[in-house]
Design a protein around this ligand. Structure first.
Ligand SMILES: Cc1cc2nc3c(=O)[nH]c(=O)nc-3n(C[C@H](O)[C@H](O)[C@H](O)COP(=O)(O)OP(=O)(O)OC[C@H]3O[C@@H](n4cnc5c(N)ncnc54)[C@H](O)[C@@H]3O)c2cc1C
Length: 294
C-alpha cells in the first residue's frame, strides 16, 4: 500500500477547506490497515481517520501525522440475514441502499447524514430520534494494541459522543435491523429528506451542525438566529441564512474564517443567554476556539 506525502485534505471534506496531511494512506483490508498503523508507529506519528469529512474542520496548517481513509473492503457493505455488515469507511448512502434492497428497516434516519459508518460511530451520529447507538450491535476498533469488537456501551456512545480517541480506527460495524417492505423504506426516506430540505441548507458546502444543542429551551440554531447571526460573514465563511447552526463556505473559506465565526457565535450566545456552546464539528490539526471571557 502506498503512503502518500503532503496530501491536501480540503477536497476530502464537505466544507472544502484545510491544509495537507503529512502522510496519507488508503488501506483496503485489515492487513493494510495494520501496515499503515505500524508505519506511523515506527515514525511516532499521530494517526487520524477520516470518512467523508462531513463533520470535519481541518486546520489551515493541516495535520502533522498520518491520515487514514478506509477503502476497498473496508468501505463496502453487505447484508447477512437481519444484519448490516459494513466497513468503517462505507458511506451511509451505500448502506441504506443495501438494506433497502434487502427490505430491512431502521436505518432510514441515516439518509440525513452524509458520512460513513465509522464517522457515525465516532460521534454517535443521529437524526429524527434515532442514532447509531439505537441500531449498532458492535464495532471493530483497530489500534496499536490490535483489533477488538466493542458494543455501544463499551464505545461509550451518548449524545453526539463516543469514548474513541484518535489512533483508534473503526474498521467495521454490525447493525441489527428489522424487516420492513422496500416501499415503506422509500417512503420514510422521502419524508425525512423533505423535512431536511425544508429546514437546512442542502446544496451548500458545510460540515453539518456547528454546535451541539445546549440544555436550554432553544436549540443552538434558534439561539444563534435570535442573536441575529443568520447571514453573518467573516472572510469566505458565512452563517447560513437558512439555519444558524450551519457555516457555509461562501467563497474560498479558510479554517481560520470558520473558527472566527464560531468564536463570535459562542461569544454572542454566552453574552445573551449565559450558555457555553460546545462544538459538534470535529477539529483536525492545530485548531482551537478562544476561551469565553468571564
Ligand atoms: C449537510 C449535513 C447534514 C448533516 N446532518 C447530520 C445529522 O443530522 N446528524 C448527525 O449526527 N450528523 C450530521 N452531519 C454531520 C456528519 O455527516 C456526521 O457527523 C457523520 O457521522 C460524519 O461522518 P464522516 O464519515 O463524514 O466523518 P468525518 O467528518 O470524516 O470525521 C468526523 C470524525 O470522525 C472520525 N472518524 C471518521 N471515520 C472514522 C473511522 N472509520 N474510525 C475512527 N474515527 C473516524 C474522524 O477522525 C473525525 O474525528 C451532517 C453533515 C452535513 C454536511
Amino acid at each position: 500500500m502506498k503512503i502518500e506525502e503532503r496530501v491536501a485534505l480540503g477536497r476530502f471534506t464537505t466544507l472544502g477547506a484545510g491544509g495537507p496531511a503529512r502522510a496519507f494512506a488508503r488501506p483496503e483490508s485489515l492487513d493494510q490497515l495494520d501496515e499503515a498503523l505500524a508505519w506511523a508507529r515506527a515514525r511516532e506519528l499521530p494517526v487520524a481517520t477520516i470518512g467523508l469529512g462531513s463533520n470535519l474542520l481541518v486546520a489551515d496548517d493541516g495535520f502533522d501525522g498520518l491520515v487514514v481513509k478506509l477503502a476497498g473492503e473496508l468501505a463496502d457493505a453487505r447484508v447477512e440475514g437481519d444484519k448490516l455488515v459494513a466497513g468503517g469507511g462505507a458511506p451511509n448512502a451505500v448502506c441504506l441502499h443495501r438494506v433497502r434492497a434487502a427490505a430491512l428497516g431502521g436505518f432510514e434516519f441515516a439518509c440525513a447524514i452524509p458520512g460513513t459508518v465509522g464517522g457515525g460511530v465516532w460521534m454517535n451520529a443521529g437524526a429524527y430520534g434515532s442514532d447509531w447507538a439505537t441500531v449498532l450491535d458492535r464495532a471493530l476498533v483497530v489500534d496499536d494494541e490490535g483489533a477488538r469488537w466493542l458494543t455501544p456501551a463499551q464505545l461509550g456512545l451518548s449524545y453526539r459522543h463516543s469514548g474513541l480517541r484518535h489512533g483508534q480506527v473503526v474498521a467495521g460495524a454490525e447493525f441489527t435491523l428489522g424487516a420492513l417492505p422496500e416501499e415503506q423504506i422509500r417512503a420514510n426516506v422521502a419524508r425525512l429528506q423533505a423535512l431536511r430540505k425544508a429546514a437546512q441548507p442542502t446544496n451548500k458546502r458545510t460540515f453539518g451542525s456547528v454546535f451541539k444543542n445546549p440544555e436550554h429551551e432553544l436549540s443552538a440554531g434558534r439561539m444563534l438566529e435570535a442573536c441575529g447571526l443568520k447571514g453573518h460573514r467573516i472572510g469566505g465563511a458565512r452563517i447560513s441564512p437558512r439555519h444558524a447552526n450551519f457555516i457555509e463556505n461562501a467563497d474560498g473559506a479558510t479554517a481560520a474564517d470558520a473558527i472566527a465565526l464560531m468564536a463570535e457565535a459562542r461569544r454572542r450566545a454566552h453574552e445573551e443567554y449565559g450558555v457555553e456552546l460546545v462544538h459538534e464539528v470535529e477539529f483536525l490539526g492545530p485548531l482551537e476556539l478562544p476561551p469565553l471571557a468571564e
